[in-house]
Ligand binder design. Structure first.
Ligand code: BV8
Length: 270
């Protein structure tokens, strides 16, 4: 007797949506890794989807790297200001809310790790989000700030700079070729090493070391379940894939609690 109306999501791997729900019920510790796709239904463009992908318009090396910024500070700054403007008025979707609600109902059972810099998980109420790639709305100095770097003025369309030494302000995101925040990455790896289920939601799985967390989960014996309407580079690492949009699938996957008194099935094999 299906517990939830199975949406028209294709299931590749053993079982079906109800099997995935049983995996969630059985998991004691869940790590969720999200990418740009989880924000797609909020209207935030993804990076690699051909039609709307941000990278379709620019080369990552040019726009999301320190050399690219040093070569064209105004051009890169304008691209980030454009992305910040796109976030005005954007709200979390049902997928973001399902993750936040589940964590609230099951304290300590779910660790949320995101590649996203849009802040929508936090806006949906998720706490302790491990932001691997920083936050789009934040800024920091390009070079280590000196005593003079306490004020910045900007010409229109250009990044603010220190009026004394010319140090530039840059977005507080992790660019290609830059190391991820070691403490955040360490917390994510620690959570993965102890999890028995990893949900990989809305990511092409092309960017490392973030994508490596899914391989790590598989290696340590956790179940790996992908939620994505299209194939990703991590599909071969997954035990199963739910082919569907996360704003539809996550509420079904996470929105229900075990009926009262229902003893959870045995934890996932490690
Ligand atoms: C580093 C912040 C050490 C900036 C970003 C190992 C192997 C190969 C390469 C490397 C490696 N280790 C390091 C590298 C190099 C590089 C890398 O990974 N290159 C790749 C491209 C080959 N990595 C790095 O440089 C990292 N640093 O490792 O430091 C070091 C130091 C020096 C030299 C070398 C190494 C830093 C990477 C961080 C880069 N910063 N973002 C900004 O945002 O402007 S990455 C950027 O891509 C975003 O954070 C984004 O989240 C991320 C990943 O993309 P996705 O989230 O997957 O988004 P995408 O559009 O690609 O896919 C969307 C998916 O959603 C699709 O699958 C689609 O089907 C799906 N979808 C669509 N709609 C929905 C949906 N899913 C669900 N529901 C829907 N409705």
């Amino acid at each position: 007797m299906p517990r939830v109306p199975a949406p028209d999501v294709a299931w590749s791997g053993s079982g079906d949506l109800n099997t995935a729900i049983a995996w969630v019920d059985a998991a004691q510790r869940i790590v969720v890794l999200t990418g740009a796709g989880v924000s797609a239904e909020s209207g935030v463009p993804t990076f690699r989807d051909a039609q709307t992908g941000l990278w379709a318009q620019v080369r990552p090396e040019d726009m999301a790297s320190e050399p690219g910024f040093r070569a064209d500070p105004a051009g890169v700054w304008a691209w980030y200001e454009h992305r910040r403007a796109l976030l005005q008025g954007v709200q979390p979707n049902a997928g973001h809310r399902a993750l936040a609600d589940f964590a609230r109902r099951h304290p300590g059972r779910l660790t949320l790790v995101t590649q996203n810099v849009d802040g929508l998980h936090q806006m949906a109420g998720s706490e302790g989000v491990l932001c691997l790639h920083g936050e789009l709305r934040g800024n920091r100095w390009l070079d280590d700030p000196r005593g003079c770097c306490d004020m910045a003025h900007a010409e229109a369309g250009a990044p603010p700079r220190c009026a004394t030494c010319g140090n530039l302000v840059r977005p507080a995101v992790v660019w290609f070729g830059e190391s991820l925040p070691i403490d955040i990455l360490g917390q994510a790896e620690e959570a993965v090493s102890a999890c028995d289920l990893m949900l990989v939601v809305g990511t092409a799985g092309a960017v490392y070391p973030a994508a490596g967390l899914a391989h790590m989960a598989r290696r340590i014996g956790a179940r790996v379940l992908i939620v994505n309407p299209a194939p990703s580079e991590l599909d071969s690492t997954a035990h199963a894939v739910l082919r569907g949009p996360s704003a539809e699938v996550l509420p079904l996957l996470l929105g229900r609690d075990r009926p009262a008194g229902d003893t959870p099935p045995a934890a996932a094999p490690r």
